[in-house]
Design a protein around this ligand. Structure first.
Ligand code: ATP
Ligand code: MG
Length: 440
């Protein structure tokens, strides 16, 4: 993509209405614009990041055996009356009337809808277990939307729902999502520690929040340093391996990690003091087992092998896809701007000419641009007739992992500068070696 054709509204100064660094940087680098309180338009560069994050979530859900579908944003109030949550939900639910005065709502979550869909189609134990998910916009009329996309009113969530014949099966589905989450966040270049979460009315140990450590996080966190050496991708573990999944769960749940909501000073005091870590964190995911809460209330039953009726056990598993854009920036930035992990960067390479009016530089940059495109390396080429320093500042701000800097002096010697955004390391390389490095 050429910057001269981009819709990339970059701001020089820090916007005064943003309190935290990710929100400031998202506005400055032109990722989003607020269109109403807590509601954002995703501009092209922000949308690219959002889609990359969404795709990683999707691939890891698919790999874990969950199946994608798409449920609508608008739901009927009657559906929520079946579970009893229509009155219970309170003012966070945006309630709407259509032209026939039918009561509707903009979905804050989808337990009711998926339970009804499953109930109407699935009749036999042979059709279980199943895990379904979708990636869809939600609306929650938060009292205080703030921090940009981190606590918006409209936000993008991946929500998955599992259906099992009994609690043992439901635990396996839960462990499967736990592993999928570890892999998902690891691929995005961040560490999200699974922390014991309040489990609600049914109790049990099956609820975890995934927390990215960042000083601006809304929760206070306490965790064992063991998570600093944790094997996040669990590359050896297979999804079908029940014992391996159980071991993973045991390891996660016996290693202390809690937010202020679930913090247990007694258990904490048993963690050696040189291993105690505290800080703040951002909730980017939440997995939850809730048994037959919805299946019971909404009459979901399947026939068992001996003709008896079985009420399936369910769990739900959320990822804050749009919140992750902010959370990743909180975890990965410096004074000059965003530092994207490669897997979610809007482009991999930023190509800059220091002097667009220098013909040899321009010719070389065009060649490099063509070659990178041909090799499938996503490249943003700043071909504008702007001062070199301004262009470099913009590249640092938008945080692409690599910069290729083409200047008259280098080109006279046949070299360009390759800069790694994360470390600031710069190297003079021949055009061929720079290309080889970026396309390897
Ligand atoms: P929070 O405690 O932050 O309000 P929650 O516990 O109400 O979140 P869940 O119902 O667990 O949220 O939703 C799943 C995920 O969706 C959360 O882990 C979070 O990443 C994301 N999320 C929830 N509310 C918002 C919001 N207002 N804006 C952006 N993302 C959100
Ligand atoms: Mg939650």
């Amino acid at each position: 993509m050429r910057v001269s054709r981009c819709f990339l509204p970059v701001m020089k100064d820090s916007p005064s209405d943003a309190q935290i660094v990710s929100h400031k940087l998202m506005l400055r680098a032109g990722l989003v614009r607020q269109t109403a309180a807590g509601i954002y338009a995703w501009l092209p560069i922000g949308f690219r990041v959002l889609q990359k994050i969404e795709q990683i979530v999707r691939e890891e859900q698919d790999r874990s055996g969950a199946q994608e579908m798409l449920m609508p944003t608008l739901q009927s109030a009657d559906l929520w009356r079946e579970s009893g949550r229509y009155d219970a939900y309170g003012p966070e639910m945006l309630r709407i009337r259509d032209r026939h005065e039918r009561e509707m709502l903009y979905g804050p979550t989808n337990e009711e809808m998926i339970t009804a869909l499953f109930r109407d189609e699935v009749k036999s134990y042979r059709e279980l277990p199943r895990t379904l998910y979708h990636i869809q916009w939600k609306f929650r009329d938060e009292v205080r939307p703030r921090f940009g996309v981190m606590r918006g009113r409209e936000f993008l969530m991946k929500d998955a729902y599992s259906f099992d014949l009994d609690e043992a099966g439901a635990r396996q589905s839960y462990y499967t999502q736990l592993l999928a989450y570890l892999r998902t966040f690891q691929r995005m270049g961040i560490r999200a520690v699974p922390m014991k979460a309040a489990s609600g009315p049914i109790g049990g140990d099956l609820s975890h929040e995934f927390i990215v450590l960042a000083p601006t996080g809304e929760s206070e966190v306490f965790y064992d340093a063991a998570f600093e050496e944790f094997d996040w991708s669990q590359a050896q573990l297979r999804y079908g391996d029940a014992q391996g999944l159980q071991r993973l769960f045991d390891q996660v749940s016996t290693t202390y990690a809690a937010t202020d909501e679930t913090h247990d000073p007694d258990r904490w005091s048993q963690v050696a003091s040189d291993r105690q870590r505290t800080g703040r964190g951002i909730e980017v995911g939440h997995i939850f087992y809730f048994g037959d809460k919805y299946s019971q209330a909404m009459g979901l039953k399947v026939s068992g092998p001996d003709g008896q009726m079985i009420t399936p056990m369910m769990g739900s598993y959320g990822v804050g896809v749009s919140r992750l854009v902010g959370a990743i920036i909180e975890a990965s930035h410096d004074d000059a701007g965003i530092v994207w992990p490669e897997a979610v960067a809007p482009w991999t390479v930023g190509l800059v000419t220091m002097r667009a009016d220098d013909e040899p530089s321009r010719t070389a940059a065009e060649t490099i641009y063509d070659r990178l495109n041909a090799a499938g390396v996503e490249t943003l080429y700043d071909d504008r007739d702007e001062r070199g320093g301004v262009k470099l500042g913009t590249m640092d701000l938008i945080g692409l992992p690599w910069q290729v800097i083409v200047g008259p002096r280098g080109i006279a010697n046949g070299t360009v500068e390759l800069k790694r955004r994360a470390t600031g390391e710069r190297e003079d390389l021949s055009i061929e070696s720079a290309l080889a490095r970026l396309t390897e």
